[in-house]
Design a protein around this ligand. Structure first.
Ligand code: ZN
Length: 498
């Protein structure tokens, strides 16, 4: 009797590693989401007052959970240097045969690498799709302004389908400027919106020409016609696989003033020290950032609060930490909140480039993003299914919690759109596990409506049923992968990741 009484006391307080932790409730998650996605946190933009509040909140919650600061310098924070750029004012004057041209179109937006950029009589060149079928830059662009068709072409090699990579190839080849000509895949209003949103880049990978920007096809018609040429002919010639670019017979004077704002942002990193630190580490991660004040002053609701994306994930991580903090584990368990995921997984890439724990020590990364989509009872999908040898382990844990499994690899469509990818790229086994990606119809409905806009905010109908179940699942996954008797990696992870 006595033994049982003591055991039940232990059970009640959750002191024994092997007992099931107290389930995470929707109310607990909602509390965090309401704070992180409140207008007071200004949409959690990197480098803003919203970042300061977000990190202070997470630090206090994670400290309560028992996590200890674990960035490389012993603090909670890994600094990540960013730069935000947007257009301010530009004068653009083209010349043909020494004569000033008048272009009747305003569809041009230019942003400098530095705050002030001036160039006189810069030669202008039309480079078609920028590279040929072999992926080589089509012409000598050194010191010139290259006009690049953003649209994909059939002959382009797969790694050059994205106009971003062709732009970078032109920068590598020494182009002074690259101007993307909008097309069907990405039209000028989209470019305008993207450029005016003043996107953020990672200083460590900030490769760009002195001046970059976009024009509409109508602008090209006006420009080429004013110079006495025929845009349709130029455009048609660029379809040929051996197109070698063409001088536009133009030079241009540019005076481009830009907003260039350096930003110091941070990943937040904490850990539970394991009893056998040599046995490796488990990493749970999610991005804390969102788009901040994302709409012009004229809009009534200007804040992209990011309740689903990704206050929900940070809420889940925080409650998982509170459960895991009540027990001891063999392996270290790291918790990482990343910055600037929304601008290309920047914080996660910064962690992968300069990790607080050696990458070959990481047994698994579990990323948690956009979890407030599915209701209670959702199946468990795995982003990264088939890419590691961990699927069976994850499924067994999920089944233990009476969760059903989504067996397809459909969710892998999101593989490269989540922070785990920054680790997958470095051959670290990384998964995203949960209900949100099991019903892609529900997910797509969110992506097509409130996603990345001011309407992704705290509402009464915010769906946290699935998130609570996913939180419980991550508690069990953390316990399992951190236990050297339960989870024994098949072999030292090395090399190909096959
Ligand atoms: Zn997002």
């Amino acid at each position: 009797m006595r033994a049982r009484l003591i055991l039940s006391i232990f059970l009640a307080f959750g002191f024994i590693g092997s007992v099931v932790a107290k389930p995470v409730t929707e109310a607990e998650l909602r509390k965090h989401v309401e704070i992180l996605a409140s207008d007071d946190f200004e949409g959690r933009g990197p480098g803003t007052e919203g970042e300061r509040k977000t990190l202070a909140y997470l630090e206090s919650q994670w400290t309560k959970a028992g996590l200890k600061p674990a960035a490389r310098d012993g603090s909670w924070y890994q600094p990540v240097d960013l730069v935000r750029r947007g257009p301010k004012q530009a004068t653009v004057q083209f010349f043909a045969k020494g004569e000033k041209l008048r272009i009747v179109s305003d569809d041009i937006l230019l942003v400098g690498k530095e705050a002030e950029y001036r160039a006189d009589r810069l030669p202008a060149l039309f480079v078609g799709h920028g590279v040929n079928a072999q992926g080589k830059v089509v012409a000598d662009v050194k010191g010139k302004l290259a006009f690049l068709l953003a649209d994909d072409a059939e002959f382009l090699p797969s790694e050059m389908k994205a106009s971003r990579n062709r732009r970078l190839a032109l920068v590598d080849a020494g182009a002074a400027g690259v101007v993307s000509i909008s097309g069907e895949q990405f039209d000028f209003p989209l470019y305008r919106r993207a450029i005016l949103s003043r996107p953020i880049s990672w200083v460590a990978r900030d490769k760009r020409a002195d001046v970059e920007g976009a024009v509409s096809p109508q602008y090209m018609v006006a420009l080429v016609t004013a110079a006495g040429g025929d845009w349709d002919k130029l455009r048609a010639a660029a379809r040929s696989t051996d197109y070698a670019g063409q001088s536009l017979g133009l030079t241009v004077d540019l005076n481009v003033l830009s907003d260039v704002e350096p930003i110091r942002s941070n990943n937040i990193i904490g850990k539970f020290a394991g009893r056998k630190p040599d046995s490796g580490a488990v990493v749970l991660m999610g991005h804390w950032d969102h788009f901040g004040v994302c709409r012009p002053e004229s809009d009534e609701d200007r804040i992209c609060n990011g309740a689903v994306d990704n206050a929900s994930g940070m809420a889940v991580l925080t409650e998982v930490a509170k459960r895991l903090g009540k027990a001891k584990f063999d392996r270290d368990i790291y918790f990482i909140g990343t910055t600037a995921e929304e601008y290309g997984l920047i914080g996660a890439r910064a962690f992968a480039a300069d990790p607080a724990v050696a990458l070959d020590q990481i047994k698994v990364v579990l990323n948690v993003d956009t979890v407030a989509i599915a209701p209670k009872g959702a199946k468990v999908a795995i982003i990264g299914r088939g890419k590691t040898d961990l699927d069976a382990d994850v499924e067994a844990i999920a089944r233990k919690l009476k969760r059903k499994i989504e067996p397809s690899t459909d969710a892998n469509a999101f593989l490269q759109r989540q922070d785990g990818w920054a680790l997958t790229e470095k051959n670290v086994p990384a998964l995203m596990v949960g209900g949100s990606f099991a019903d892609l119809g529900k997910l797509e409905a969110f992506l097509k409506t409130d996603y990345h806009g001011p309407k992704d905010e705290v509402v009464d109908t915010l769906q946290l049923g699935g998130a609570a179940e996913d939180a419980d699942l991550h508690v069990e996954l953390g316990r399992y992968f951190a236990d050297t008797r339960k989870y024994k990696p098949k072999k030292a992870e090395k090399g190909t990741g096959e």
